[in-house]
Design a protein around this ligand. Structure first.
Ligand code: SF4
Length: 424
């Protein structure tokens, strides 16, 4: 989402006559988009801002965007007085006006309101990838997971009208995009604010039906709002990619309750059974946290046993990191770093083995791959399958980036597939 926010911010400024430059040194305005999901990311921001201090040119505007901007607010001006703009994602609509204020001589401007019901819509946004486009359909989050800064930094949920989304998808298809990823912190909580009241699963189908669009992805889904209708849409429409990212965070109902995730282990398992029962081979990925305050060895073992059950195709796993303004802050951070690291290593190792076996099991199957990269090695290419697996493949012909090819799997690693183009 941050990457796409950066694209949208760049798009807004380009439309106002700004030009993007290649280096920080050449810029008159530097907008630094930030993340504060974990302590480490937040620390990096201040260290990077420290570097800008020494390279700052006369009159150069340095602005901080994103979740750390929202979280730290005007404190950033105290810690880094060379910064003149601080703006959280819920206020990006105001960015052009804020920059104009700086140009008019204001020394410092902030955009820190989150109580907006507007979404940050832009004209056809400049995008970094010529074939695959991100598209935010819902901003903010109304869930209150106890460890998470997002409701505080990105504000409440605001969905974008379905007609506006579909119009942008048509524009994207017209200029050659074939794949779109619908984005939202809880993308499947989408609630069409227009009279059409399109459900999320209906929106998926409508986007996939736009002429020229071959693949529709969506991320991230919240288990509570994940229903059978989404699986049915994937089954019915080949253009909807066979991949669901459904973060569980913990396999223990006790910890899920402490995390305020709003579902139990059993309820989550019901959701993944929906996915696994599908006629299409849908890949399933997840996010996990180890070392949440109060997580016992038994809780952790329940997370491990959930991995066995879920058979995820991929997982992003992290050590718990207490964040400012979150309810779980008051629970402390009692589990020592070494213990968190031990649990994370065990979990990663187990998940790696699951992925290795799952990927090896795909040997001999043929998948459609979008050609996205050329390796330095001759005849070696890479891309993604509909199930979002990385495929490294050999082709004797000179492939065109952005094309779709059929590739047969000949080998596998835990994180990627290896194959040959069919018919050569
Ligand atoms: S659903 Fe929970 S973890 Fe996800 S953004 Fe919302 S509060 Fe954060």
């Amino acid at each position: 989402m941050n990457e796409h926010d950066s694209e949208k911010v760049a798009g807004v400024l380009l439309a106002r006559g700004y030009r993007q430059v290649e280096s920080v040194e050449a810029a008159n305005v530097i907008l630094y988009n930030t993340c504060s999901i974990r302590e480490k990311a937040a620390q990096k921001v201040y260290s990077r801002l420290g570097e800008y201090r020494f390279t700052q040119k006369e009159g150069q505007v340095i602005g901080v965007l994103g979740c750390l901007a929202q979280q730290e607010g005007e404190r950033i001006f105290t810690r880094a007085p060379w910064v003149s703009l601080v703006c959280g994602s819920a206020s990006y609509r105001k960015l052009p006006q804020m920059i104009a204020e700086l140009e008019a001589g204001n020394r410092r401007v902030t955009g820190l309101e989150t109580d907006t019901d507007e979404t940050f819509e832009t004209e056809l946004t400049r995008r970094d990838n010529p074939w695959r486009a991100y598209l935010t359909i819902i901003e903010g989050c109304d869930k209150t997971c106890s460890y998470c800064v997002v409701p505080f930094t990105r504000g409440p949920e605001r969905s974008r009208a379905s007609a506006s989304i579909l119009e942008e998808v048509r524009q994207l298809a017209d200029v050659g995009y074939t794949e779109v990823t619908l984005l939202g912190q809880t993308v499947n909580s989408y609630a069409d604010p227009s009279a059409r009241r399109m459900r999320f699963s209906e929106l998926l189908v409508a986007v996939a039906e736009v002429a020229g669009i071959r693949r529709v992805r969506f991320t991230t889904s919240h288990p509570r709002d994940f229903g059978k209708d989404i699986v049915e849409a994937i089954e019915a429409v080949p253009g909807i990619c066979e991949h669901v990212h459904l973060p569980v965070q913990s396999g223990s109902t006790r910890i899920l309750k402490a995390m305020a995730r709003t579902y139990t282990r059993e309820e989550y398992i019901e959701k993944i059974e929906l996915v696994r029962a599908s006629k299409r081979l849908i890949s399933l990925t997840s996010d996990l946290i180890v070392g949440f305050p109060g997580e016992t060895e038994k809780d952790f073992e329940e997370t491990l046993s959930l991995l066995d059950l879920a058979q995820y195709d991929g997982a992003f796993s992290f050590k718990y990191s207490p964040r400012p303004n979150t309810p779980s802050l008051k629970l402390g951070d009692a589990i020592p770093e070494e213990e968190k690291a031990r649990r994370l290593a065990i979990l990663n190792e187990k998940q790696r083995e699951i992925q290795r076996l799952r990927n090896e099991g795909l040997a001999g199957q043929v998948f459609e791959v979008m050609v996205e990269g050329k390796s330095k090695r001759e005849r070696q290419w890479s891309g993604h399958t509909s199930s979002n697996k990385v495929m490294n493949f050999t082709s004797r012909v000179e492939e065109s980036l952005g094309d779709y090819v059929q590739v047969r799997v000949t080998g596998a690693t835990p994180n990627s597939l290896v194959g040959d183009v069919v018919g050569e």
